[in-house]
Design a protein around this ligand. Structure first.
Ligand code: GLU
Length: 487
């Protein structure tokens, strides 16, 4: 189908997967799926110094973790054909040479020292840094002289000036960029032979028949440069859509330097965020569901996504709001899914102490209180430890009171007939003890909670008793009584 939508996410593996890149990837995916199009992952690894396999793998892992799957592109060890710019060096060089022949590009012999000197002079004069196009019309003698000096040329693309580059952006509307602001003639092939991003990206987008480029608005000036290259190559440019940048609560751009690991998707994975929550959070950052819904699945977002409904205002990354999404998903996803993910964060405990059913019951009684899955390690600890430590202040202020001792003794006496496995019935027995002793509320529950878990708050008491089982409860209650006699 010639008019099939084809979009791509094209990260450079020079860093970990950034939350902004993940959101751009998501909008590309939603757009592709909405139009029954193709979503491509392309790794832009032309920067051979800063690119590496660790970052490549992190990007792939992060996208997969978020549940984004691509139809074409890199998948290490997988079935998809790899798209890597480093494999296309010859191709880029050939096209650059064609541009020289057609008069759109030329060899530039400037050394790094000369370019630094130019930049310093401009800086000292308070001028913006730009190449002064000095190699654009070199005489043959000069060129031969440079070659005799052993200088290896780069290839520069001629940027017409003055001129206004314009396009209709699918998110930001009409955009006008003065070519004076593009920094002068543009290196497209370095003297090392490697293609520069702004050139390789155009060739790749043409080769891959990309119809829409959806990316961060930090690329707006690059788009103007790229449009000039499309024109020189007589190729039809794709539709461009620039998504607003992500900012923090103080409206500062999210950056590794200022925000550290918080800009990396991997951090959220490590900290126990649900990928579905993260995806939902990223989706709604700049796009509003037409029915105003906040919680929706990837499939639903694919059905309803519309590029025209993407906002151009900066998107505020607010971890509290992400936490809200995360807790909603922890509460509502199928219990066995949440439980399986919790295992990851409970590795320090011997989980075989409980049956699968009881393990699910543990997660069921704790999950409503979790903001992230990693909190399960602390919340569930009392189920797995051999004995609990009752803090000294609780021992002296609470447990040492006579009614507390009575509650504990009564509960020990009730253990033989306790209907373990039935949390409602277990709770009813506790309440019957309360009735008998004339106690309720914290006078009744706190001594039991303190003895069983070491704290006075926690999951529903009926569940705690029902899951812990007779032996653990007996030894914890007896230990509490022993402690009290020692106080
Ligand atoms: N490699 C570029 C980046 O990581 C991709 C930009 C684009 O989508 O064209 O920012």
């Amino acid at each position: 189908m010639s008019n099939q939508v084809r979009v791509r996410i094209a990260p450079s593996p020079t860093g970990h997967l950034h939350v902004g890149t993940a959101r751009s990837a998501l909008y590309n995916l939603l757009f592709a799926r909405h139009h029954q199009g193709i979503f491509i992952l392309r790794l832009e690894d032309t920067d051979e110094v800063r690119s590496n396999e660790t970052f490549t793998q992190d990007i792939i892992d992060g996208l997969k973790w978020l549940g984004m799957s691509w139809d074409e592109g890199v998948d290490i060890g997988g079935p998809c054909a790899p798209y890597r710019q480093t494999e296309k060096i010859e191709h880029y060089n050939q096209i650059a040479n064609n541009l020289i022949k057609s008069g759109h590009a030329y060899f530039c012999y400037c050394t790094p020292e000369e370019l630094t000197e130019l930049k310093d002079n401009q800086k000292n004069a308070g001028l913006p840094a730009r190449y002064d196009n000095r190699c654009r019309n070199l005489s043959t003698e000069k060129e031969e002289k440079y070659q005799a000096q052993g200088r290896i040329p780069a290839i520069r693309f001629k940027v017409d000036e003055p001129r206004v580059v314009t396009w209709h952006d699918a998110i930001r509307g009409d955009i006008l960029i003065d070519s004076i602001d593009l920094g002068g003639d543009l290196v497209i092939i370095k003297s090392s032979g490697t293609a520069i991003y702004n050139f390789a990206v155009v060739i790749d987008d043409i080769d891959m028949k990309i119809t829409h480029v959806i990316r961060g608005e930090d690329h707006i000036h690059n788009t103007a440069k790229q449009l000039l290259i499309y024109e020189a190559l007589r190729a039809k440019p794709p539709v461009f859509a620039h998504v607003a940048l992500m900012v923090d609560l103080d409206r500062h751009k999210l950056s590794k330097r200022a925000h550290g690991e918080a800009v990396h998707v991997a951090k959220y994975r490590k900290d126990g965020y649900m990928p579905e929550a993260m995806l939902n959070y990223l989706a709604q950052m700049s796009w509003t569901h037409p029915d105003g819904k906040e919680i929706y699945t990837l499939e639903e977002a694919c059905q309803r996504f519309d590029l025209n409904a993407v906002s151009k205002s900066p998107a505020v990354f607010d971890v509290q709001r992400l936490n809200w999404f995360n807790s909603q998903y922890i509460r509502s996803m199928p219990l066995d899914v949440v439980a399986a993910r919790c295992r990851e964060f409970l590795k320090q405990y011997d989980l075989t102490k409980y049956s699968r059913e009881d393990f699910l019951a543990i997660i069921a009684c704790l999950r409503d209180a979790l903001t992230t899955l990693s909190e399960i390690a602390q919340a569930a600890a009392f189920f797995f430890v051999d004995s609990v430590e009752i803090p000294a202040d609780l021992r002296t202020t609470l447990l040492a009171k006579d009614p507390s001792k009575q509650v504990i003794n009564e509960l020990i006496g009730a253990l033989d007939s306790m209907p373990f496995g039935d949390r409602v019935a277990c709770k009813a027995i506790v309440d019957a003890i309360g009735k008998k002793l004339g106690l309720k509320g914290k006078d009744l529950y706190w001594p039991i909670r303190a003895a069983l878990s070491g704290v006075t708050s926690g999951p529903d008491l009926g569940s705690t008793i029902s899951i812990l089982g007779k032996d653990r409860i007996k030894s914890r209650l007896e230990a509490a009584l022993y402690d009290l006699n020692v106080v």
